[in-house]
Design a protein around this ligand. Structure first.
Ligand code: C6P
Length: 427
């Protein structure tokens, strides 16, 4: 079989000089922000659900469609070779982005698929009756349901790290929760409801003491802070392209080479095999062993462009921008009567995510009112039903920030919340 995957290293993206983010310049790359709805520009504060895409990302995908649209790894003609080069190049860009080896970077559809891959492939091989799996009470359903199914299937026990009253992981009893029976510890790097950043170092240290494998759900952290998987000390790290300026339909699972090599494949079929006879098959090298079938080619290329864009801005500057914006928002929001804010009030302890409730007003009603003011937020349980129950509510409204959000947009949110107090007869 002809196989044209390449070993070309893309040129490292240059770093822009300067201090802080030039938000005005960034906004120029997002023409959607100029769209007018009901006479207003939209303040897009639903980045926790999905980010917007800048022109370089859109253009990188258009270029594929316009100039070298073809399947990868198979054709010896120029279009296919170029598509292969760009798609593989995106693996290298992502690898650099998280300080990993490209062979350990598997392109998936999203975080959900990455976590399921670990649960099915690593989990079903390594978790046995009587073993324990440790997760936390603040997890997204994507980092909960796969482990519930695995535990039920294997007759293993699922244990949870609890939460403090201000929405941080309570690691007081970590040494008991993670013990000699623990095979796997899995938790979100940053909560999508509370914004809380997890104490990775402490949990990883304890997990390693008992020889457990550590899975990090990076859906909310990879887009917003510098991630170095080697420094984090975890074994798997999953995230989604669409929350970090990339397209939907593409995500990443990073895993340690030794673990990935020892694991059976997750999905099987084309491209993930080395040799197939009627009797048996052998598997391709990493990462292709875990990328069965024709992948999301344009989306992979788009993710590569997104990573370039973020790298050019600088992840530390992005984090700093979000800390400032969150602190500015919290400072004003704590003053709003009847507003309950979930999670720690210190912006350093959280990402750019703020969940809240206004008196007894239903979050969907509040989100609808905010929409009329040109503010896009999410309302609901955010795919975290157990956590929402622990917060003793049924849903929250959530504002989540990114590189293009401004203090003026925060002011609009705050003003609209005061207006909501009047509309809903709280004032
Ligand atoms: N959270 C939100 O609005 P997918 O859907 O596979 O790209 O990501 C799943 C996922 C996993 N973990 C965390 C911490 C997440 O926040 C998400 C996605 C979105 O909060 C959609 S529910």
């Amino acid at each position: 079989m002809i196989d044209t995957r390449d070993n070309i290293l893309e040129v490292a993206p240059e770093t822009l000089a300067g201090h802080g983010l030039d938000v005005a310049a960034i906004r120029q790359d997002f023409p959607i922000l100029e769209e007018i709805e009901n006479g207003l520009k939209v303040a897009y504060l639903d980045n926790g659900a999905s980010s917007l895409r800048p022109e370089p990302v859109v253009n990188s995908m258009l270029e594929y469609f316009h100039k070298f649209n073809a399947n990868i790894h198979r054709g010896v003609y120029r279009w296919s070779e170029e598509a292969t080069r760009r798609y593989e190049g995106a693996h290298r860009k992502v690898a650099r982005f998280i300080n990993a080896h490209p062979r350990e970077v598997i392109f998936t559809r999203n975080t959900t698929e990455g976590l399921n891959l670990v649960a099915y492939s690593w989990g079903r091989t390594n978790v046995h009756q009587g073993d324990e799996i440790v997760s936390t009470v603040i997890e997204h359903h994507s980092n909960l349901v796969p482990w519930q199914i695995l535990a039920a299937e294997k007759n293993a026990k699922l244990r949870y790290i609890p939460m403090t009253s201000d929405g941080q992981l309570d690691i007081t009893d970590l040494d008991t929760i993670i013990n000699e029976k623990t095979k796997l510890v899995t938790f979100s790097h940053m909560s999508n409801v509370l914004g809380t950043i997890s104490p990775v170092e402490k949990i990883v240290k304890r997990a390693k003491e008992v020889g457990a494998v550590v899975v990090l759900d990076g859906a909310q952290s990879a887009p917003h802070m510098q991630v170095d998987v080697a420094a984090l000390g975890c074994d798997f790290y999953a995230f989604s392209g669409h929350k970090m300026l990339g397209p939907t339909g593409i995500g990443v699972l990073w895993g340690r080479k030794e673990l990935l090599e020892a694991m059976p494949p997750f999905l099987t079929g084309g491209d993930m095999i080395r040799d197939v006879t009627l009797a048996r098959s052998t598997w391709n090298d990493l990462p292709w062993k875990f990328e069965a079938g024709t992948p999301s080619i344009a989306e992979g290329i788009g993710l590569g462009a997104a990573v370039d864009y973020l790298t050019n801005l600088g992840m530390d500057k992005i984090r700093q921008h979000e800390i400032e914006l969150t602190a500015y928002a919290l400072e004003q929001m704590v003053e709003i009567p009847d507003l309950t804010i979930y999670g720690p009030v210190d912006a350093q302890l959280r990402g750019g995510i703020i969940s809240f409730n206004l008196g007894e007003v239903h979050p969907h009603d509040l989100a609808t009112l905010l929409d009329r003011e040109g503010i896009a937020v999410r309302a609901g349980h955010h795919c975290c039903q157990p956590l929402i129950e622990l917060l003793e509510t049924t849903a929250t409204t959530r504002a989540s920030f990114y590189i293009y959000n401004t203090p003026e947009e925060v002011d609009r949110l705050v003003k609209a919340l005061y207006k909501a107090r009047t509309v809903f007869h709280l004032a």
